[in-house]
Design a protein around this ligand. Structure first.
Ligand code: ZN
Length: 254
């Protein structure tokens, strides 16, 4: 039996996005440029700079872009909210409403000191300066906070002293949105979310479907598509890499 996602019969869509739809930097790791940044101990900045560049049509970035376009088509005009664990910022380029998504793991394109956060447009010129220094053959200087002068790092979870201020307002918007979905026909679409931060998407999504008897969960993952027994009757487990799954949907034009 072919496993299909049926969004038509629901009122709203909650989408969770994980590593299978994220940048894995494999294309960057193969470059001589990256090897130098690694020697300098500045890998995270190299990634941040690289994320901002356009790449070829066969790149993972392009494939992810197509997958997001397919996701947009699938959601159509339904009200939605998207939670993503990815920090590559590609979702922002996919045409979704920034007021309807939250990235609790931060963004590689934002920088932070121990107290302040720089938005992507403030961070970009500082990263560009590093890029220019590297191109001139010098070890780039670590940028400093324009407010307090402390060194800046990427604003992402897992880093030391991760500042969560940037996403918290959207997280509050998300919890308000979710509270209003109770007893409505909610399609919960979980795409490529593994066990890196299960308390952000996986577990709460299961709980949401458990409590809302009109909700239905689609869990797509290449290795971990399992769903708990308690919601077995209102869920579908699809064992396929979420990126491949969406690209196949795109090709089939369903
Ligand atoms: Zn500062």
């Amino acid at each position: 039996m072919e496993q299909e996602i049926d969004i038509r019969s629901c009122d709203l869509v909650l989408a969770g996005i994980g590593e299978e739809l994220g940048e894995d930097y494999r294309e960057l790791y193969q470059t001589a440029e990256y090897a130098r940044w690694k020697e300098w101990g500045l890998e995270q900045y190299a990634k941040a700079i690289w994320l901002g560049r356009q790449r070829g049509t066969d790149s993972r970035r392009e494939r992810i872009r197509k997958a997001y376009a397919r996701l947009r088509e699938m959601i159509g005009e339904k009200p939605y909210f998207i939670v993503s664990l990815n920090t590559d910022g590609y979702l922002y380029e996919a045409g979704f409403d920034p007021q309807q998504m939250v990235m609790p793991c931060g963004s590689m394109r934002m920088l932070q000191c121990s107290r302040h956060i720089l938005e992507p447009e403030e961070a970009a010129p500082l990263l560009r300066e590093m890029e220019e220094q590297a191109a001139a053959g010098r070890r780039p200087e670590i940028p400093v906070c324009p407010v307090c002068g402390e060194p800046l790092v990427c604003n992402v979870a897992g880093g030391e002293g991760y500042l969560e201020d940037a996403y918290l307002p959207m997280w509050q918007a998300y919890t308000r949105w979710l509270a209003a979905t109770l007893n409505r026909r909610l399609c919960v679409l979980e795409l490529g979310v593994g066990f890196a931060y299960p308390s952000v998407i996986r577990f709460p999504f299961e709980k949401t479907v458990y409590y809302n008897r009109k909700a239905y969960l689609y869990r797509v993952h290449g290795r971990f598509p399992q769903v708990p027994e308690e919601i077995g009757g209102r869920s579908m487990s699809i064992r396929e890499d979420a990126l491949e799954f969406l690209l196949r949907e795109e090709r089939d034009g369903r």
